[in-house]
Design a protein around this ligand. Structure first.
Ligand code: MHF
Ligand code: KIV
Ligand code: MG
Length: 284
């Protein structure tokens, strides 16, 4: 089947998500669910389990390719996995976000637009890019040209070597204030969504309160964001090695992958995940 084939019958009764429906979900206080997906089969399973949004994360460099960071992932590889996931979502409902990989947007707004175009033509509905205020010019350039953008602040894994490891960000008052300022700049530049990764719950709560219409998606950022994201392999308990504290293994609770996915959706929707103590970080 070509990627331009007509959608087949809707596998569930949900309408396809739109930026409008996701903003409305947040406005009425319903939590937004996001999970990473890298292939057609898991995209379809996640969609059928009721995920609102899927992310083709550059974490695939670590989970699928075996690298120890996301830095080696290329734009062509992100395009390939975006095509796979988009085909799995045909006839489905989840909103599809794809990561712009390291080196594909940092140079200029024009470079960011060319890279975003490749992901959108592969089936993404929104692109995500990592970084603070310096990315505002890229965000504005893309949004003006019809590309929805998700920002990503806090622990930005593409900067792991500059950050000195996968460490909690915004722990002290000064760095928390910088994070809040950057979030405001990116929201003002037109970012509709924002991943907040590995920061004290209070900082993520402040970012959400500063920018009420922004759909914040937390990972290791506490319970007060508009939504939550996890890496698929982590919530299925198949990731090897030491896991970050914010992870919960939903496979240990459910009897099947389908059940684990449904439990994740239910736990985010009813607010039982993340736990404010077990899965969150405090300011220093
Ligand atoms: N499997 C996987 N899951 C992820 O969530 C993930 C990746 N890989 N790769 C890309 C980034 C890297 N991430 C990470 C990696 C390690 C920690 C970690 O070890 N965190 C410590 C806290 C460290 C501190 O206190 O500063 C923890 O205990 O959670 C957190 C996020 C999140 N992302
Ligand atoms: C963990 C999420 C936010 C991500 O960027 C990824 O999976 O690459
Ligand atoms: Mg990523």
């Amino acid at each position: 089947m070509s990627s331009h084939a007509q959608p087949t019958s809707n596998p569930n009764s949900r309408k396809p998500a739109t930026l409008h429906s996701l903003r409305a979900m947040h406005a009425r206080g319903e939590k937004v669910t996001m999970l990473t997906a890298y292939d057609a089969t898991f995209a379809r399973l996640a969609d059928e389990a009721g995920l609102d949004t899927l992310l083709v994360g550059d974490s695939l460099g670590m989970l699928l390719q075996g690298y120890n960071s996301t830095i080696p992932v290329s734009l062509d590889e992100m395009v390939y996995h975006t095509r796979c996931v988009a085909r799995g979502l045909q006839g489905g409902s989840a909103w599809l976000v794809s990561d712009l990989p390291f080196g594909s947007y940092q140079q200029s707004p024009a470079q960011a637009m060319a890279s975003a175009a490749a992901l959108m033509q592969a089936g993404a509905q929104m692109v995500k890019l990592e970084g603070g205020g310096w990315t505002a010019e890229m965000v504005r350039f893309l949004v003006d040209r019809g590309v929805p953008v998700c920002a990503h602040l806090g622990l930005t894994p593409q900067s792991v070597h500059a950050l000195g490891g996968y460490r909690v960000q915004g722990r002290d008052a000064d760095s928390a204030a910088v994070l809040r300022r950057h979030a405001r700049e990116l929201a003002d530049a037109g970012a509709a969504m924002m991943v907040l990764e590995l920061m004290p719950s209070s900082v993520a709560a402040d970012v959400q309160a500063d920018n009420p219409g922004l759909v914040t998606i937390g990972i290791g950022a506490g319970p007060d964001t508009a939504g939550q994201v996890l890496v698929l392999h982590d919530m299925l308990g198949v990731t090897r090695g030491k896991l970050p504290r914010f992870v919960r293994n939903f496979m240990a609770e459910g009897g099947s992958i389908e059940d684990a996915l449904r439990r994740y959706v239910a736990a985010v929707k009813d607010g039982s995940f993340p736990d404010p103590v077990a899965h969150a970080y405090a300011a220093s």
